[in-house]
Design a protein around this ligand. Sequence first.
Ligand SMILES: NC(=O)c1ccc[n+]([C@@H]2O[C@H](COP(=O)([O-])OP(=O)(O)OC[C@H]3O[C@@H](n4cnc5c(N)ncnc54)[C@H](OP(=O)(O)O)[C@@H]3O)[C@@H](O)[C@H]2O)c1
Length: 277
Amino acid sequence: MIAVTGATGNVGRALVERLAADGRPVRALTRDPERAALPDGAETVRFDLDDPAALFTGVDKLFLYVQAGGEHLAALLAAARGAGVRHVVLLSSAIVQEGADESHPIYVMHATAEQQIRDSGLAWTFLRPGAFAVNALQWVPQVRAGDTVRGVFADARSAPIHEDDIAAVAERALLDDGHEGAVHRLSGPRAVSNAEQVAAIGRALGRDLDFTEVPVEQAGPELFPYVPPHLLQGLLKTFEAMIGAEPEITDTVEKVTGVPARTFDRWAEDHAADFRS
Ligand SMILES: NC(=O)c1ccc[n+]([C@@H]2O[C@H](COP(=O)([O-])OP(=O)(O)OC[C@H]3O[C@@H](n4cnc5c(N)ncnc54)[C@H](OP(=O)(O)O)[C@@H]3O)[C@@H](O)[C@H]2O)c1
Protein backbone atom coordinates (compact mmCIF):
# COMPACT_ATOMS: atom_id res chain seq x y z
CA MET A 1 0.00 0.00 0.00
CA ILE A 2 1.23 3.47 -0.91
CA ALA A 3 0.22 6.46 1.26
CA VAL A 4 0.03 9.85 -0.46
CA THR A 5 0.09 13.06 1.60
CA GLY A 6 -1.10 16.31 0.05
CA ALA A 7 -3.42 14.06 -1.94
CA THR A 8 -5.77 16.84 -3.06
CA GLY A 9 -2.86 19.01 -4.26
CA ASN A 10 -1.64 19.42 -7.81
CA VAL A 11 0.93 16.64 -7.71
CA GLY A 12 -0.67 14.46 -5.02
CA ARG A 13 -4.01 14.25 -6.84
CA ALA A 14 -2.32 13.38 -10.14
CA LEU A 15 -0.35 10.66 -8.36
CA VAL A 16 -3.43 9.20 -6.63
CA GLU A 17 -5.27 9.17 -9.97
CA ARG A 18 -2.37 7.33 -11.63
CA LEU A 19 -2.03 4.73 -8.87
CA ALA A 20 -5.80 4.14 -8.64
CA ALA A 21 -6.12 3.82 -12.43
CA ASP A 22 -3.33 1.26 -12.32
CA GLY A 23 -5.19 -0.74 -9.65
CA ARG A 24 -2.48 -0.13 -7.03
CA PRO A 25 -3.56 -0.01 -3.37
CA VAL A 26 -3.33 3.68 -2.45
CA ARG A 27 -4.30 5.57 0.70
CA ALA A 28 -4.94 9.26 0.01
CA LEU A 29 -4.39 11.44 3.07
CA THR A 30 -6.28 14.73 3.26
CA ARG A 31 -7.31 17.04 6.06
CA ASP A 32 -10.87 17.07 4.69
CA PRO A 33 -12.01 13.74 3.18
CA GLU A 34 -15.55 15.11 2.63
CA ARG A 35 -14.28 17.65 0.10
CA ALA A 36 -11.45 15.60 -1.39
CA ALA A 37 -13.31 14.15 -4.44
CA LEU A 38 -10.60 11.56 -5.00
CA PRO A 39 -11.02 8.49 -7.24
CA ASP A 40 -13.14 5.59 -5.92
CA GLY A 41 -10.17 3.24 -6.25
CA ALA A 42 -8.30 5.18 -3.56
CA GLU A 43 -8.85 4.75 0.17
CA THR A 44 -9.39 8.32 1.40
CA VAL A 45 -8.35 8.85 5.03
CA ARG A 46 -8.32 11.96 7.22
CA PHE A 47 -4.78 13.27 7.74
CA ASP A 48 -4.80 13.40 11.53
CA LEU A 49 -1.49 14.07 13.26
CA ASP A 50 -2.93 13.09 16.67
CA ASP A 51 -2.45 9.40 15.82
CA PRO A 52 0.13 9.31 13.03
CA ALA A 53 0.85 5.57 13.34
CA ALA A 54 -2.77 4.83 12.37
CA LEU A 55 -2.23 6.61 9.05
CA PHE A 56 0.36 4.05 8.02
CA THR A 57 -1.15 0.69 8.96
CA GLY A 58 -0.37 -1.67 6.08
CA VAL A 59 1.64 1.00 4.24
CA ASP A 60 5.15 0.32 2.91
CA LYS A 61 5.76 3.39 0.70
CA LEU A 62 5.02 7.05 1.35
CA PHE A 63 4.76 10.07 -0.94
CA LEU A 64 5.46 13.12 1.18
CA TYR A 65 4.32 16.67 0.55
CA VAL A 66 6.84 18.83 2.39
CA GLN A 67 4.40 20.75 4.58
CA ALA A 68 2.44 17.66 5.56
CA GLY A 69 4.17 17.09 8.91
CA GLY A 70 5.04 20.73 9.59
CA GLU A 71 6.89 20.98 12.89
CA HIS A 72 5.89 17.37 13.61
CA LEU A 73 7.65 15.93 10.57
CA ALA A 74 10.25 13.96 12.56
CA ALA A 75 7.47 12.36 14.64
CA LEU A 76 5.48 11.61 11.50
CA LEU A 77 8.48 9.87 9.94
CA ALA A 78 9.15 7.91 13.12
CA ALA A 79 5.53 6.78 13.20
CA ALA A 80 5.72 5.79 9.55
CA ARG A 81 8.87 3.76 10.13
CA GLY A 82 7.40 2.13 13.23
CA ALA A 83 4.31 1.10 11.27
CA GLY A 84 6.37 -0.60 8.55
CA VAL A 85 6.97 2.11 5.94
CA ARG A 86 10.30 1.48 4.20
CA HIS A 87 10.64 4.16 1.52
CA VAL A 88 9.62 7.81 1.32
CA VAL A 89 9.50 9.85 -1.89
CA LEU A 90 9.66 13.55 -1.04
CA LEU A 91 8.33 16.36 -3.21
CA SER A 92 11.22 18.74 -2.58
CA SER A 93 12.42 21.65 -4.74
CA ALA A 94 15.17 22.52 -7.23
CA ILE A 95 16.13 25.36 -4.88
CA VAL A 96 18.01 22.71 -2.87
CA GLN A 97 21.42 22.52 -4.53
CA GLU A 98 25.09 23.37 -3.99
CA GLY A 99 25.62 27.11 -3.63
CA ALA A 100 21.99 27.90 -2.78
CA ASP A 101 21.10 30.85 -0.55
CA GLU A 102 20.65 28.85 2.64
CA SER A 103 18.65 31.64 4.30
CA HIS A 104 15.95 31.60 1.60
CA PRO A 105 12.73 30.46 3.32
CA ILE A 106 11.81 28.10 0.49
CA TYR A 107 15.30 26.55 0.67
CA VAL A 108 15.04 26.19 4.45
CA MET A 109 11.65 24.48 4.24
CA HIS A 110 12.77 21.83 1.74
CA ALA A 111 16.35 21.32 2.95
CA THR A 112 15.09 20.83 6.51
CA ALA A 113 12.62 18.18 5.39
CA GLU A 114 15.32 16.42 3.34
CA GLN A 115 17.63 16.35 6.37
CA GLN A 116 14.90 15.00 8.64
CA ILE A 117 14.24 12.24 6.13
CA ARG A 118 17.96 11.39 5.88
CA ASP A 119 17.98 11.20 9.68
CA SER A 120 14.85 9.05 9.87
CA GLY A 121 16.41 5.76 8.83
CA LEU A 122 13.90 5.37 5.99
CA ALA A 123 15.04 4.79 2.41
CA TRP A 124 14.35 7.95 0.41
CA THR A 125 14.09 9.52 -3.02
CA PHE A 126 14.07 13.29 -3.39
CA LEU A 127 12.21 14.89 -6.29
CA ARG A 128 13.53 18.41 -6.86
CA PRO A 129 11.36 20.07 -9.50
CA GLY A 130 11.84 23.62 -10.72
CA ALA A 131 8.90 25.91 -11.48
CA PHE A 132 5.52 24.21 -11.84
CA ALA A 133 3.48 25.01 -14.98
CA VAL A 134 0.44 25.06 -12.72
CA ASN A 135 1.74 28.31 -11.19
CA ALA A 136 0.20 29.92 -14.28
CA LEU A 137 -3.22 29.40 -12.64
CA GLN A 138 -2.30 32.60 -10.72
CA TRP A 139 -3.45 34.40 -13.90
CA VAL A 140 -6.93 32.77 -13.99
CA PRO A 141 -8.83 35.75 -12.49
CA GLN A 142 -7.17 38.19 -14.92
CA VAL A 143 -7.68 35.96 -17.99
CA ARG A 144 -11.33 35.50 -17.10
CA ALA A 145 -11.72 39.28 -16.73
CA GLY A 146 -10.04 40.44 -19.94
CA ASP A 147 -7.22 40.10 -22.45
CA THR A 148 -4.42 41.74 -20.44
CA VAL A 149 -2.46 39.96 -17.75
CA ARG A 150 -0.47 42.11 -15.33
CA GLY A 151 2.55 40.46 -13.75
CA VAL A 152 6.21 40.81 -12.85
CA PHE A 153 9.24 40.13 -15.06
CA ALA A 154 7.73 39.56 -18.54
CA ASP A 155 11.03 38.16 -19.85
CA ALA A 156 11.98 35.93 -16.93
CA ARG A 157 12.39 32.41 -18.28
CA SER A 158 11.68 29.14 -16.53
CA ALA A 159 11.24 25.57 -17.76
CA PRO A 160 7.80 24.88 -16.27
CA ILE A 161 6.97 21.28 -15.52
CA HIS A 162 3.54 19.66 -15.87
CA GLU A 163 2.29 18.45 -12.47
CA ASP A 164 1.42 15.08 -13.99
CA ASP A 165 5.03 14.65 -15.13
CA ILE A 166 6.14 15.06 -11.51
CA ALA A 167 3.47 12.54 -10.50
CA ALA A 168 4.68 10.15 -13.22
CA VAL A 169 8.24 10.28 -11.85
CA ALA A 170 6.92 9.84 -8.29
CA GLU A 171 4.93 6.80 -9.40
CA ARG A 172 8.02 5.13 -10.90
CA ALA A 173 10.13 6.02 -7.84
CA LEU A 174 7.50 4.40 -5.61
CA LEU A 175 6.91 1.29 -7.71
CA ASP A 176 10.28 0.45 -9.28
CA ASP A 177 13.53 -0.66 -7.68
CA GLY A 178 16.63 1.50 -7.93
CA HIS A 179 15.40 4.93 -6.80
CA GLU A 180 16.58 4.63 -3.17
CA GLY A 181 19.06 7.43 -2.40
CA ALA A 182 18.37 9.14 -5.76
CA VAL A 183 17.91 12.88 -6.17
CA HIS A 184 15.83 13.59 -9.29
CA ARG A 185 16.07 17.16 -10.55
CA LEU A 186 13.01 17.73 -12.73
CA SER A 187 12.01 20.37 -15.28
CA GLY A 188 9.85 20.90 -18.31
CA PRO A 189 11.42 20.42 -21.75
CA ARG A 190 12.23 24.02 -22.65
CA ALA A 191 12.56 27.58 -21.41
CA VAL A 192 9.53 29.88 -21.69
CA SER A 193 9.19 33.47 -20.48
CA ASN A 194 6.21 34.69 -18.49
CA ALA A 195 4.97 36.66 -21.53
CA GLU A 196 5.29 33.51 -23.69
CA GLN A 197 3.31 31.50 -21.14
CA VAL A 198 0.47 34.00 -21.26
CA ALA A 199 0.54 33.90 -25.08
CA ALA A 200 0.38 30.07 -24.95
CA ILE A 201 -2.66 30.23 -22.68
CA GLY A 202 -4.23 32.61 -25.20
CA ARG A 203 -3.58 30.13 -28.05
CA ALA A 204 -5.16 27.32 -26.01
CA LEU A 205 -8.23 29.53 -25.51
CA GLY A 206 -8.32 30.89 -29.07
CA ARG A 207 -7.69 34.44 -27.77
CA ASP A 208 -4.93 37.05 -28.05
CA LEU A 209 -3.62 37.73 -24.56
CA ASP A 210 -1.09 40.46 -23.67
CA PHE A 211 1.32 40.52 -20.76
CA THR A 212 1.83 43.91 -19.09
CA GLU A 213 4.85 44.12 -16.83
CA VAL A 214 4.30 45.54 -13.35
CA PRO A 215 7.40 46.93 -11.54
CA VAL A 216 8.35 44.48 -8.83
CA GLU A 217 8.06 47.10 -6.08
CA GLN A 218 4.38 47.50 -6.99
CA ALA A 219 3.68 43.74 -6.99
CA GLY A 220 1.52 42.73 -4.04
CA PRO A 221 -0.25 39.55 -2.98
CA GLU A 222 -3.20 40.32 -5.33
CA LEU A 223 -0.98 39.24 -8.25
CA PHE A 224 -0.11 35.94 -6.51
CA PRO A 225 -3.36 34.51 -5.18
CA TYR A 226 -1.79 31.10 -4.38
CA VAL A 227 1.48 32.22 -2.77
CA PRO A 228 1.50 32.26 1.05
CA PRO A 229 2.20 35.94 1.87
CA HIS A 230 5.26 35.11 4.04
CA LEU A 231 6.94 33.41 1.05
CA LEU A 232 6.20 36.16 -1.49
CA GLN A 233 9.34 38.30 -0.99
CA GLY A 234 11.60 35.24 -1.25
CA LEU A 235 9.78 34.12 -4.37
CA LEU A 236 10.13 37.56 -5.98
CA LYS A 237 13.88 37.37 -5.28
CA THR A 238 13.95 33.98 -7.04
CA PHE A 239 12.05 35.42 -10.03
CA GLU A 240 14.43 38.37 -10.23
CA ALA A 241 17.41 35.99 -10.34
CA MET A 242 15.85 34.35 -13.43
CA ILE A 243 16.23 37.53 -15.52
CA GLY A 244 18.82 36.91 -18.20
CA ALA A 245 19.61 33.47 -16.79
CA GLU A 246 18.83 30.23 -18.58
CA PRO A 247 16.79 27.84 -16.45
CA GLU A 248 18.04 24.36 -15.64
CA ILE A 249 16.58 21.84 -18.08
CA THR A 250 16.89 18.14 -17.34
CA ASP A 251 15.78 15.03 -19.20
CA THR A 252 14.99 13.17 -15.99
CA VAL A 253 11.25 12.88 -16.69
CA GLU A 254 11.96 10.97 -19.90
CA LYS A 255 14.79 8.94 -18.36
CA VAL A 256 12.62 7.80 -15.44
CA THR A 257 9.23 7.40 -17.16
CA GLY A 258 10.21 6.68 -20.78
CA VAL A 259 7.98 9.58 -21.92
CA PRO A 260 9.30 13.10 -22.70
CA ALA A 261 8.26 15.91 -20.37
CA ARG A 262 5.23 17.80 -21.65
CA THR A 263 5.56 21.33 -23.03
CA PHE A 264 3.94 24.43 -21.56
CA ASP A 265 1.68 24.56 -24.68
CA ARG A 266 0.42 21.11 -23.78
CA TRP A 267 -0.14 22.16 -20.16
CA ALA A 268 -2.15 25.18 -21.35
CA GLU A 269 -4.32 22.93 -23.54
CA ASP A 270 -4.88 20.53 -20.61
CA HIS A 271 -5.94 23.45 -18.40
CA ALA A 272 -7.83 25.64 -20.88
CA ALA A 273 -11.12 24.97 -19.05
CA ASP A 274 -9.65 26.43 -15.83
CA PHE A 275 -9.16 29.79 -17.58
CA ARG A 276 -12.71 29.96 -18.99
CA SER A 277 -15.32 31.68 -16.84
N1 LIG B 1 4.99 25.74 -7.32
C1 LIG B 1 6.25 25.55 -7.70
O1 LIG B 1 6.75 26.13 -8.69
C2 LIG B 1 7.10 24.59 -6.94
C3 LIG B 1 8.40 24.31 -7.38
C4 LIG B 1 9.19 23.40 -6.67
C5 LIG B 1 8.67 22.80 -5.52
N2 LIG B 1 7.40 23.10 -5.11
C6 LIG B 1 6.87 22.47 -3.89
O2 LIG B 1 5.80 21.61 -4.22
C7 LIG B 1 4.85 21.63 -3.16
C8 LIG B 1 3.47 22.00 -3.69
O3 LIG B 1 2.95 20.90 -4.37
P1 LIG B 1 1.47 20.94 -4.92
O4 LIG B 1 1.32 22.13 -5.85
O5 LIG B 1 1.14 19.60 -5.44
O6 LIG B 1 0.67 21.21 -3.58
P2 LIG B 1 -0.66 22.03 -3.36
O7 LIG B 1 -1.54 21.88 -4.56
O8 LIG B 1 -0.31 23.40 -2.90
O9 LIG B 1 -1.32 21.30 -2.12
C9 LIG B 1 -0.94 20.13 -1.48
C10 LIG B 1 -2.03 19.64 -0.54
O10 LIG B 1 -1.44 19.49 0.75
C11 LIG B 1 -2.42 19.74 1.74
N3 LIG B 1 -1.86 20.75 2.65
C12 LIG B 1 -1.64 22.07 2.39
N4 LIG B 1 -1.08 22.66 3.46
C13 LIG B 1 -0.92 21.69 4.40
C14 LIG B 1 -0.41 21.68 5.70
N5 LIG B 1 0.08 22.77 6.27
N6 LIG B 1 -0.42 20.50 6.38
C15 LIG B 1 -0.92 19.38 5.82
N7 LIG B 1 -1.44 19.34 4.58
C16 LIG B 1 -1.43 20.48 3.88
C17 LIG B 1 -3.68 20.23 1.06
O11 LIG B 1 -4.56 19.13 1.01
P3 LIG B 1 -5.78 18.91 2.05
O12 LIG B 1 -6.36 20.27 2.33
O13 LIG B 1 -6.68 18.00 1.28
O14 LIG B 1 -5.17 18.26 3.25
C18 LIG B 1 -3.21 20.56 -0.35
O15 LIG B 1 -4.20 20.26 -1.31
C19 LIG B 1 5.36 22.63 -2.12
O16 LIG B 1 6.08 21.97 -1.12
C20 LIG B 1 6.27 23.51 -2.95
O17 LIG B 1 7.24 24.15 -2.18
C21 LIG B 1 6.61 23.96 -5.81
